[in-house]
Write a protein that binds this ligand. Structure first.
Ligand SMILES: [Zn+2]
Ligand SMILES: [Zn+2]
Length: 291
């Protein structure tokens, strides 16, 4: 086996392991639960002479268990507390905590030992959901929130809603809205505010996905034709099978173009065929396809 480097969490203790591992085991004993603070230890066993300290050997502290497994030694970094390799008590083996290694040792875990002591709440990782990062509700940033809709203010919400239903397969989510009253004045800072409109279920996201909310006010102010490089919300993007056919459908339903259909390769993602177009009121929509 190629030498593998390992280190503690703070990096002050470092070592190199050479030779072939003899075994790779999960130990579920109470002593390993306590010392690892986790559900089990995951140790590789190497022959004596396999581990060489390259840094911080003077920081390696030993603790000998007197309670759960009397006489069993534990080695850890005095600076950060991480378990580090230790020589076994009676036999000439190195116990190397697998998490301290800086790369894959090649061998895979072969056995659970001291299963009789395993934690009653143990379930295997395969049995529970996997997330690439934190759980959404654990994220440090921001308040707890869920994205629910995008609002599009239209001169004629019915016409605009029909366009998004016809071209993109949006589906109206009743009831139609007819809103007015003091609360709407408070909300909008408009006098005698009155609006009508509808929510559209967006395609490809099912019933519970965010909606497109299209509203018209009784009193509208004049707006200018949106352009791609003005500050603010830019466009709605739809993934489509065929960008060119999609653009034709947009134009047939009263829309127009912004630019031309373009193709580019986005490294690590794929080839993108994309176009910006306008709905009948000039709002920009993007049609994209990846291959
Ligand atoms: Zn350390
Ligand atoms: Zn153990």
């Amino acid at each position: 086996m190629k030498p593998i480097s390992g280190s503690c969490l703070c990096g002050k203790v470092a070592f190199v392991v050479t030779g072939t591992p003899i075994r790779f085991i999960y130990c579920h004993c109470r002593s390993c639960q306590k010392s690892s603070g986790s559900v089990h230890a995951a140790n590789l066993v190497f022959p004596e002479g396999s581990v060489t300290w390259t840094q911080g050997e003077d920081l390696v502290e030993q603790f000998v268990d007197v309670k759960e497994n009397p006489g069993f030694p534990r080695s850890f970094c005095r600076s950060c507390g991480s378990p580090v390799p230790k020589l076994s008590r009676n036999r000439p083996f190195w116990n190397v905590p697998s998490g301290s290694l800086d790369s894959d040792p090649g061998m895979r875990p072969q056995a659970n030992i001291y299963w009789v002591e395993h934690a009653p709440w143990y379930v295997s990782a395969e049995q529970i959901a996997k997330h690439d990062g934190k759980l959404a509700e654990q994220r440090d940033e921001g308040i707890k929130a869920k994205y629910v809709h995008t609002n599009l203010t239209g001169r004629d919400w019915r016409k605009l809603a029909r366009f998004y239903c016809e071209v993109f397969g949006c589906v109206p989510k009743p009831p139609e809205r007819d809103l007015s009253g003091a609360w709407l004045g408070d909300l909008t800072s408009l006098e005698k505010a009155h609006l009508t409109g509808v929510h559209l279920q967006l395609p490809g996201l099912g019933d519970g996905g965010p909606t497109l909310e299209i509203f018209s006010y009784d009193q509208m102010v004049a707006g200018s034709l949106p352009v791609v490089n003005e500050p603010g919300f830019g466009h709605l993007a739809f993934l489509v099978e065929d960008v060119d056919a999609g653009l034709a459908a947009v134009c047939a339903a009263g829309g127009t173009t912004v630019g031309r259909v373009a193709t580019t390769e986005v490294k690590g993602v794929g080839v993108l065929r994309v176009v910006y177009a306008r709905d009948p009121e000039g709002n920009i929509v993007e049609l994209q396809h990846w291959s």
